[in-house]
Design a protein around this ligand. Structure first.
Ligand SMILES: [Zn+2]
Length: 276
């Protein structure tokens, strides 16, 4: 499997520095988890290219393999984690996204970057919104497009930067990135393109794993957020804030409650400043 894939060599995706060192949690010979010498960002240095990600390492496939491995290695912990994951996912997180969108993006065009089959937006949707998505998988993009066009939106079948750049400047009222940025080879490029595509005052909602979580610090290389090679970026509250502010966004909401060290994930609301 590994012999046939094409790898991409990356500098630090946040500051573009070329020098890095092995992260202490780097226990696999196959993938190289690095820490940037300049800014301290943790990232996979040599992930597969986009095509390989789609064809060989689709998240669903890797997740199933990983789930089997964890269940075999730690049956009790794994079972508890599956149940709490299910509850959080089904009951709390879905409501949290809906709540956050309604509060921060009251109406208009909403773009879901990496929208999959489109269910994330439309399962709680109403006519105040025009749903848009970008999806690199042709199969999923077709499904999402069929849903979104019913509400006047559409799904763009491209990589995220290409998709964003194909829309007019200041086009969207809001952009959401749910469990997306950790997968994106060009995380800075996608955030920059999102800034351009948001109208002034438009909001960006990000949910991403928190590499500074206590769970990661305690479990080290066994942390559930490590998913090689699907997850290529490992943000902390600090590095996410630095990236977002450098691009020009204002951080609207990133309270302790949104980045609790007891949670494996964190949420941020940012805004393209109104005056620009
Ligand atoms: Zn860096």
């Amino acid at each position: 499997m590994t012999e046939s894939i094409t790898r991409i060599h990356r500098n630090c995706p946040i500051c573009n520095h070329s020098e890095s060192f092995d992260h202490a949690d780097n226990k696999t010979a196959l993938w190289h988890l690095k820490t940037c010498r300049q800014c301290g960002f943790v990232f996979l240095q040599d992930p597969p290219n986009y095509d390989a990600l789609i064809h060989d390492f689709a998240w669903e496939k890797t997740y199933q393999t990983e789930l089997k491995r964890r269940t075999a290695a730690e049956p009790v912990l794994s079972r508890i984690s599956q149940i709490t994951h299910f509850l959080r996912h089904r009951v709390f997180k879905r409501n949290k996204l809906a709540r956050m969108v309604r509060k921060h993006i009251p109406s208009g065009r909403v773009l879901d970057v990496g929208c999959g089959s489109g269910g994330q937006l439309t399962r709680w949707f109403n006519r105040d919104y025009e749903p848009w998505g970008i999806e690199i998988s042709a199969f999923l993009a077709d499904k999402a497009n069929a849903l979104f066009t019913q509400y006047g939106g559409q799904c763009i079948h491209k990589d995220a930067v290409g998709g964003l750049m194909s829309t007019p400047d200041k086009f969207f009222d809001g952009i959401i990135m749910m469990s997306y940025l950790e997968h994106e080879i060009d995380a800075r490029g996608v955030c920059e393109a999102s800034f351009r595509s948001l109208r002034p005052g438009g909001r960006l909602i990000i949910k991403v794993p928190n590499h500074a979580s206590w769970n990661r610090r305690i479990r080290n290389e066994k942390w559930c957020g490590y998913r090689f090679p699907d997850h290529v970026n490992y943000f902390t509250p600090h590095s996410l804030s630095v990236l977002i502010k450098e691009i020009g966004f204002e951080i609207i909401q990133f309270n302790l409650n949104d980045r609790m060290p007891t949670s494996d994930n964190m949420w941020m609301i940012a805004q393209r400043p109104k005056e620009i």
